[in-house]
Design a protein around this ligand. Sequence first.
Ligand SMILES: Nc1ncnc2c1ncn2[C@@H]1O[C@H](COP(=O)(O)OP(=O)(O)OP(=O)(O)O)[C@@H](O)[C@H]1O
Ligand SMILES: [Mg+2]
Length: 356
Amino acid sequence: MQPQDALVLQDLEHDYDRVRAVAGVSLSVKAGEVVCLVGPSGCGKSTVLRLAAGLETLQSGRVSMRGEAVGDPAARVRVPPERRHIGLVFQDFALFPHLTVGGNVAFGLTQRPPVERDQRVREVLRQVEMDGYIDAYPHALSGGQQQRVALARALAPEPSVLLLDEPFSGLDERLREQVRDDTLRLLRRNGTAALLVTHDPEEALFMADRIYLMRAGKIVQSGPPQELYYRPADLFVASFFSRVNELRGVVRDGHVESPLGRLGAPGQPEGARVVVSFRPEAVTLSHARGDDADGLIVEVQDTHFLGTGWVVHVPVRDAEGREVKLSVRLNGRPPKAGDRVVLKVPPDAILMFPET
Ligand SMILES: Nc1ncnc2c1ncn2[C@@H]1O[C@H](COP(=O)(O)OP(=O)(O)OP(=O)(O)O)[C@@H](O)[C@H]1O
Ligand SMILES: [Mg+2]
């Protein structure tokens, strides 16, 4: 553990009655770093965050902040949440309805002398551009404004680490993008370390310096966003971040037969069943002229307009004769249904995984 680690979780385990919610999670958040904990619904993300905050009693493992244990059942250490120097932001914002905006933000600053406290309240409200609402009550604010006040309240005491659980999912899509962007800027400007829980892959890619992807109580891969996207550890990781095309095959003489040709299968055992996968945006289509030797000639089945581009479906037969509908993502105008086209996938965009 390094002193520059704002938060370190080691081997956390947590059972609810008969449900194993967290099964050995370790992660760290460095000073000034924004880390996203992402994964499908029910995989244990909120439980990890609650254990880090001390809102849930730690059963096994250790939680440390800035080099010191704040939760360690084996050593009988249990620092209560209010003494962990954390800021908390939840999906429902949970502003106190009977306090004004100013009162909400001042809530965690009772230790400070009144003049200093008022200054700090005004300062953070200015940072979230809510200083004009200092005397308003939460019910009179929009969802986005309430979220910004909740963020100001969490940041006001200058916590060592901010813990956020799905803080944007109550906002409509357009507002969500804006508030995400503002939040990120604010975290950067204050140099605040943050652990953000989300089930939204795009949000994690957008926000994170590093991502931890969780599945069924365990971390399956961690790293910078581009690493998880371009070098996923398995098919689950690959398909979590976007749709992927999947072709099945068997390794023979170190190769796999596929509609894309005979592909090298380094590291895959002989006779293994594998999935050859690639993302829809990695595929190119060009009009077939009859002399295209290097590429698969296919017929376009249908096209769908998405505003930002097009999705084109092309059926192919895999090595075992089964029909597989491939998805192709194009930015420009696509070919028409029934057109014969040449389909290509660059070799470095092809990922191969053992079939599970
Ligand atoms: N208080 C509780 N009592 C019993 N089981 C619980 C409790 N809280 C969570 N669980 C169970 O523990 C598992 C993990 O829940 P958790 O809330 O941590 O998941 P999550 O990843 O945050 O999911 P979501 O994305 O839906 O918020 C789930 O199976 C859930 O049903
Ligand atoms: Mg949750």
